[in-house]
Design a protein around this ligand. Structure first.
Ligand SMILES: *Cc1c(COP(=O)(O)O)cnc(C)c1O
Length: 482
């Protein structure tokens, strides 16, 4: 990989802008900035022309894999295409140039957008109220569990435990632990669903809630939620839904109608705002009637035809993020919802489920499918059959890069050996799904005939196998001029 840093491309005196002659009297700098705040040396910034900067970033973008380049079947992440109109809306000066502390009279449109987005999400999930503050899904989980805690506190007893199925995303037990609860695992049964017998065994009056992902991380719909709900109701515990997989349910199933008290949304997954590159997310949390008093504050409310931030919420768990949340992500999600409307959103989920089932039907003879239930918007295969050739799921994932595809999520969920979790999303055409299937089938054949090829993959990418553990633990992110 040979793209130099902007600092290395820099040439003293080169510039991308030409400022006009000064046409006002020049002020001594000391009149503008106190001497104590002035820097002593010029900042060491790269100096380049505009085309050099543009080409640098275009070259970098071509080295990388991204959702604008090709299919990104990363399970549980919903890497759908992000319509560019979302960006146009977020870049409107009336949104992009807002200051969060502007007087409310000057930001009525922004507040209205937040109120309406909240109403749409409540309608989609069948819930009574919502906060848009949390910065991402995991933060939404923490917010939701803190509301559950506040609810039990208000009943006079905190309780100790939150139950979580063994197929859950790692953020679930982490959020529960940070909120001061003990995370207790519930087993999955042979169908990949919550084992209700195990649930019955583990439920007692110390349980604050059950936290379920639906469809779960195997892509399988939890059909026995009403029975789970009865078991929890008997001990006064609540039901939390991790809504990361909502892309399977839009316009078809409303979690509130199933009896969930809390649902978090990942706007950056289901509602098509870019993610995965460290950009901002947004994790709104919707709640049922009985949790309304505990929503974070300020609440964004409509009162007598105008919009306002409401701070007087006595039982609120308080503020959970800087200012009011990631506003421009909300603008993108709002645009997406308004663009599609109720029928469009339903078609999103229908197409996501059809795409996933089509792809599964093309792959299920070549790879093991540990849970044979019909999946929804994603499915989980195992690379177990290929291990007898000395090939692991990691090798299969790396080889996919040589075929021009991003790898699926691998080694998750933890209950599947050599897991490959594939989520095509609704944005892919049948031709693209076929190309991906052909690549996966070719790789299954290569595993038998030439396993070495897989173990040395990828060959065609700018860099081959990286030491991923070292990359995460031994960070070197500072450039020092030599
Ligand atoms: C992505 C995901 C989360 C966490 O959401 P973030 O927005 O990444 O914090 C939680 N649960 C599941 C099932 C997920 O897929």
């Amino acid at each position: 990989m040979s793209e130099p840093l902007l600092f290395e491309l820099s040439s003293p005196g080169r510039t991308g802008v030409a400022l006009p002659e000064l046409d006002v009297p020049e002020q001594p700098i000391d009149n503008l900035i106190p001497a104590s705040l002035q820097r002593e040396q010029e900042p060491d910034l790269p100096e380049l022309s505009e085309p050099e900067v543009v080409r640098h970033f275009v070259r970098l973008s071509a080295l990388n894999y991204h959702v604008d380049k090709g299919m990104y079947p990363l399970g549980s992440c919903t890497m759908k295409y992000n319509p560019k109109v979302n960006e146009d809306a977020a870049r409107l000066p009336g949104f992009a140039n807002l200051h969060p502390l502007q007087p409310q009279g000057t930001v009525q449109g922004a507040l209205r957008l937040m109120v309406e987005l909240g109403q749409y999400l409540c309608e989609i999930a069948g819930l009574a109220g919502i906060t848009l503050q949390p910065a991402a899904g995991a933060h939404g989980e923490l917010t939701g569990v803190l509301m559950i805690r506040a609810y039990h506190d208000a009943q006079g007893r905190r309780r100790q435990k939150v139950l979580i199925p063994d197929s859950a995303h790692g953020t679930n037990p982490a959020s529960v632990t940070i909120a001061g609860y003990q995370a207790v695992q519930v087993r999955s049964n042979e169908h990949g669903r919550i084992d209700l017998d195990d649930l019955r065994q583990k439920v007692d009056d110390e349980v604050a809630a059950l936290m379920v992902t639906n469809p779960n991380t195997l892509g399988i719909f939890e059909v026995e939620i009403d029975e789970a709900k009865r078991i929890l109701d008997d001990v006064g515990a609540l039901l939390y839904m991790d809504g990361a997989n909502l892309n399977a349910l839009l316009g078809i199933v409303r979690p509130g109608d199933l009896g969930f008290d809390v649902v978090h949304f990942n706007l950056h997954k289901t509602f098509s705002t870019p993610h995965g590159g460290g950009g901002p997310g947004s994790g709104p949390v919707g709640v049922s009637e009985r949790l309304l008093p505990f929503l974070p504050k300020p609440k964004v409310v409509e009162k007598e035809g105008s919009f306002a931030l409401e701070w007087d919420v006595p039982q609120s768990i308080g503020k959970v993020d800087a200012f009011w949340g990631h506003f421009l992500v909300m603008v993108k999600a709002y645009t997406y919802i308004r663009m599609l409307g109720p029928d469009g959103l339903r078609k999103v989920s229908e197409a996501a489920v059809i795409n996933s089932n089509y792809l599964l039907s093309r792959l299920q003879d070549a790879y093991e499918q540990p849970y044979r239930e019909r999946p929804m918007h994603e499915f989980v295969l195992s690379g177990d059959r290929q291990t007898k050739y000395g090939v692991r799921t990691l090798d299969i994932a790396k080889r996919l890069l040589d075929y021009g595809f991003h790898a699926p999520t691998i080694y998750f969920p933890l209950i599947v050996h050599e897991a490959m979790m594939i989520e095509p999303t609704e944005s892919e055409s049948v031709e693209t799904l076929d190309q991906f299937a052909e690549a996966m089938l070719a790789i299954a054949k290569e595993a038998e005939e030439n396993p070495e090829l897989l173990r040395n993959a990828p060959q065609t990418t700018p860099v081959s196998r990286l030491d991923e553990a070292r990359a995460a633990r031994d960070l070197n992110v500072r450039y020092r001029k030599t």
